[in-house]
Ligand binder design. Structure first.
Ligand code: GN1
Ligand code: CA
Length: 131
C-alpha cells in the first residue's frame, strides 16, 4: 500500500511518496489520485527542507520532480492541486517565467537545487504524491 513503512519516504505528518516513473503532470496526478493521494503541496520552508535534505537519496535518476502547483486555471495565478492556499514559494531565480509563452502551467522542483520552475505539463518528470 501507498503508505506502508517501506513505501512512505517522508512520513512526517503526511505520507510523501516519490515515484521515479516519469510521467506528464496529468498522468502523475491521476496516479496519485488512484492511490488516494494528491500531487505534493509544499506549504512551508520546513516542508520544503524535507525534500532538500532527502532529494539525493531517493531520486536515482537525475529528473526534475512534479509538484501539485499549477496555473492551469488562470495564467499567473498558481494554485496547489490539493486546494491548499499558496502560503510559501521556493521559485528558482527568474521563475515562474512562462518561458515558452503559453504552456508552462505546471511546476517542477529542480533536482539540482530543489527550487521551483514552471514548465509545460507534458514534460516527463518523476513525481511526489502526498496524503
Ligand atoms: C528551460 O531549456 P530552456 O532554457 O528553453 C525551462 C524553462 C525555464 C528556463 C530557465 C523545458 O527552458 O521552464 O524557465 O529553462 N524549460 C524546460 O532558463 O525545462
Ligand atoms: Ca519556467
Amino acid at each position: 500500500p501507498f503508505c506502508s513503512v517501506t513505501n512512505c519516504l517522508f512520513c512526517v505528518k503526511f505520507c510523501r511518496h516519490v515515484s521515479i516513473n516519469k510521467k506528464t503532470w496529468h498522468a502523475a496526478q491521476d496516479s496519485c489520485r488512484k492511490a488516494g493521494a494528491e500531487l505534493v503541496s509544499i506549504l512551508s520552508m520546513k516542508e520544503q527542507s524535507v525534500f532538500l535534505k532527502y532529494f539525493y537519496i531517493f531520486l536515482t535518476e537525475t529528473s526534475d520532480v512534479w509538484t501539485g502547483l499549477n496555473d492551469l486555471m488562470y495564467t499567473g495565478y498558481f494554485m496547489w492541486s490539493d486546494r491548499h492556499l499558496v502560503s510559501f514559494t521556493y521559485w528558482a531565480p527568474g521563475e515562474p517565467n512562462n518561458h515558452d509563452g503559453f504552456t508552462e502551467d505546471c511546476v517542477e522542483m529542480l533536482h539540482t537545487t530543489g527550487r521551483w520552475n514552471d514548465v509545460s505539463c507534458t514534460e516527463l518528470n518523476t513525481y511526489i504524491c502526498k496524503m
